[in-house]
Design a protein. Structure first.
Length: 239
């Protein structure tokens, strides 16, 4: 029960890494507030956590809706008696070479991946400060420092996320708020054009992938730092 008494707000908690993190944090005693669009999936996650004796709250909505995100953060803090951590995990992964990539897709991906992160974090900061400190976590990618053809917009969003988090860390340090980006390699989720089943089939053929639960463990690690330390970036790659 390493997170007993903590309240954590997570985006993208309806599936994949966000769902695995929500389930792990709840098993460790945290009350988890779950933000994503697919309400039925969020309710399923909540029911699973409650059945295991944990506490969870569904906050269905779109991370790019400014008013909704502000209300969701306030609701999470009210429900949990405050907020100790926020995880910005929701993202969109659209594929296509730049020459043929629609500008609307470019804008939407940056809106979700960067704009949504900004809105969530900005809404959470006053609640973390009211607690006297806490954590801001984000899920970046190995592509936060790398590149890949056909993913220029996604790569740009994940490099941008890393820069945002580095500057944020400098801003929030004085408020006793730790800021950490967790940067996973390929993970067995439905993210991007290939679903988890496709990725599993590729793994059978020798490609390496992480389990979402392993990325969740890295996020849990980021929430448990020694008092004099701040871990600002964590890379997690498949063996
Ligand atoms: N899978 C990989 O190989 C991999 C590798 C490196 C990094 N990542 C990163 O890991 C994070 C989680 O992705 P995942 O792999 O777990 O894939 P996933 O299962 O597709 O999760 C993405 C989550 O984001 C949410 N989301 C997307 N757009 C949203 C919006 N407009 N408003 C609210 N929520 C939204 C989705 O929920 P709804 O659809 O219900 O809204 C879903 O819960 C992402 O930041 C991704 O960039 C993934």
């Amino acid at each position: 029960m390493r997170l007993r008494g903590k309240t954590i707000l997570l985006s993208g908690a309806s599936s994949g890494i966000g769902r695995a993190a929500a389930e792990l944090f709840a098993r460790e005693g945290a009350a988890v507030a779950l933000l994503a669009r697919r309400e039925a999936l969020l309710e399923e996650v909540v029911r699973g956590i409650e059945a295991a004796g944990g506490r969870a709250l569904a906050l269905p909505g779109d991370i790019t809706d400014e008013a909704f995100v502000a209300q969701a953060a306030a609701r999470a803090a009210e429900w949990g008696g405050g907020l100790d951590a926020v995880l910005a995990n929701a993202a969109l992964g659209l594929v296509g070479e730049v020459e043929h990539f629609a500008y609307a897709d470019w804008c939407r991906m940056l809106e979700v991946n960067l704009g949504g992160t900004f809105l969530l974090v900005r809404a959470a900061i006053p609640h973390l400060r009211a607690r006297g400190g806490g954590h801001v976590l984000a899920v970046g990618s190995e592509l936060s420092r790398g590149a890949m053809p056909g993913l220029a917009g996604y790569v740009a969003s994940k490099w941008g996320l890393l820069g945002f988090m580095r500057a944020l860390s400098m801003e929030l340090h004085r408020h006793n708020i730790r800021v950490c980006s967790v940067l996973p390699g390929g993970t067995l989720t439905d993210f991007g054009p290939d679903d988890a089943a496709d990725k599993r089939a590729r793994r059978e053929r020798g490609e390496r992938f992480l389990e979402p639960a392993s990325v969740a463990e890295a996020l849990l690690f980021a929430l448990q730092q020694p008092p004099e330390a701040r871990v600002t970036e964590l890379d997690i790659m498949p063996m």
